[in-house]
Ligand binder design. Structure first.
Ligand SMILES: Cc1cc2nc3c(=O)[nH]c(=O)nc-3n(C[C@H](O)[C@H](O)[C@H](O)COP(=O)(O)O)c2cc1C
Length: 427
């Protein structure tokens, strides 16, 4: 659809080139005093099943981004119907044909990367990743869940699978899954040997999640760490609305509402604040695509009023429950009964974890079914659980020391990817 000129509005909606903010190297609108905000590095992701369409779409954005990613991980029904994402996992020839080596590399000025899910089988996962590398992907992101692990069946991502891929490919590998708290970042890097981590839901619920990478939590007082990685949620939501308002690029009111519900979730779940939850739910999201100048932020103002009211209430709650700050926050942290994960005071940004439904069957190296003990109490989003699940796999974390595959003789000259992802997360 992005490549197709008959869907022009679709293109504008998902990559608004005219407003010159997507992929801008300096964003005046969100810069604060002395800080030049940018939208780089930026990777634009497409799902596709046709090399020609993918190339056409990629060419439209190549001057505004640092790389183009192929989505090989989407497990949703829409992807099954559309025949893309994780539903190409059995069609290696098609994936290879869409790949940089064959079509994109010769015609694009930016590198191509790929994001994929694991197979049950570790060896098959590794072979798939190696095929993607051979095909010319210059960064890979491995989501450690299978195509079937979605929705209520999400369960935990397998770091054993990711670690095996890390050991088998040469390109930078980003690990994805199980990152809920900032302390999970270091654990994930250590357990997988990856160059970087990616978080989706964790960051959606707590956009400050990665703030905690410095200083290292181990060396810092927990109260200070919480302040950085899990700050009060209402001001965070207000900051988000400020960013939305400062952009020329439009964000749909319903998308903003979705983000607010996630960020504010712990507070809105408190019965005493249910009235604000309902108020937020009632804000109209059917704003017209084009509204008169000056009227365009009316709906944002409504969101702001609700967040300000919540911020005032939560400040009072915090004062009350910490007895004017004399009770340290760490004493107010409880454990989720089912998951054993930390539940922070409800005015602080934090992850949402749905209870794990049932143990997810994993196959071990020999192909035997093993069961992950996913109900045990865990530290850092499932460390103990994963350790249990991964026992016996004995997978090396070492990378190959020389070029693994020669791209079938078709030389892929390494285009420089200006993405200092590893530095960003490992700092
Ligand atoms: C709301 C939402 C939208 C997502 N959209 C995409 C997408 O467009 N492309 C993609 O590769 N993954 C997408 N994902 C999957 C995430 O990138 C990620 O692989 C997955 O959520 C597991 O990571 P997590 O455990 O940190 O959430 C999406 C996830 C969520 C929750």
């Amino acid at each position: 659809m992005f490549a197709d000129t008959t869907h022009k509005y679709y293109r504008e909606q998902y990559f608004d080139i005219a407003s010159a903010e997507e992929g801008a190297s300096a964003l005046a609108s969100t810069s604060k005093a002395g800080v030049r905000d940018t939208d780089r590095p930026l990777i634009v992701q497409f799902c596709a099943n046709s090399p020609e369409h993918l190339l056409t779409a990629a060419k439209l954005v190549q001057d505004h981004c640092d790389a183009v990613d192929i989505n090989l991980g989407c497990p949703q029904e829409i992807a099954r119907r559309g025949h893309y994402g994780a539903f190409l996992m059995e069609e290696w020839d098609l994936v290879y044909n869409m790949s940089p080596v064959n079509t994109l590399h010769k015609n694009l000025s930016v590198p191509v990367t790929a994001k994929f899910r694991v197979f049950d089988d570790v060896e098959r996962t590794v072979a798939y990743a190696q095929m993607l590398e051979r095909a010319g992907a210059q960064i890979l992101t491995c989501h450690g869940r299978t195509r079937e692990q979605r929705g209520q069946n999400s369960g935990l991502a397998s770091y054993a699978h990711i670690r095996a891929v890390r050991a088998a490919v040469r390109v930078p590998l980003i690990a994805n899954g199980n990152i809920l708290f900032s302390s999970d970042v270091a654990r994930c890097l250590k357990e997988t040997g990856c160059d970087a981590v990616m978080s989706a839901e964790g960051v959606l619920y707590n956009p400050a999640l990665f703030n905690g990478l410095q200083p290292s939590p181990g060396e810092t007082d927990l109260e200070l760490t919480l302040d950085i990685t899990n700050p009060p949620l209402a001001p965070l939501a207000l900051e988000y609305l400020d960013i939305v308002r400062s952009q020329r690029t439009r964000t749909s009111p319903s998308a903003v509402k979705g983000h607010l519900f996630k960020i504010l979730r712990p507070a809105l779940a408190q019965p005493k604040h249910h009235d604000l939850r309902e108020k937020l739910g009632r804000v109209k999201v059917d704003a017209p695509r084009r509204v008169a100048e000056g009227e365009q932020w009316v709906w944002v103002d409504e969101y702001v009023r609700i967040c300000e009211e919540l911020a005032a209430r939560l400040e009072a709650d915090a004062k009350d429950l910490t007895k004017d700050g004399t009770i340290p926050l760490r004493e107010l942290i409880t454990k989720d009964a089912a998951m054993g994960l930390d539940v922070l005071p409800y005015w602080l940004s934090q992850p949402y974890f749905r209870p794990l439904k049932s143990p997810v069957a994993k196959k071990d190296k020999a192909g035997k079914q093993g069961k992950a003990k996913e109900t045990a109490a865990t530290a850092g989003a499932g460390a103990a659980v994963l350790e249990e699940a991964e026992k016996g796999l004995d997978l090396p974390v070492k990378r190959p020391s020389c070029a693994t595959e020669a791209n079938d003789g078709d030389e892929v000259e390494a285009k420089r990817v200006k993405l200092d992802v590893a530095a960003a997360v490992a700092a």
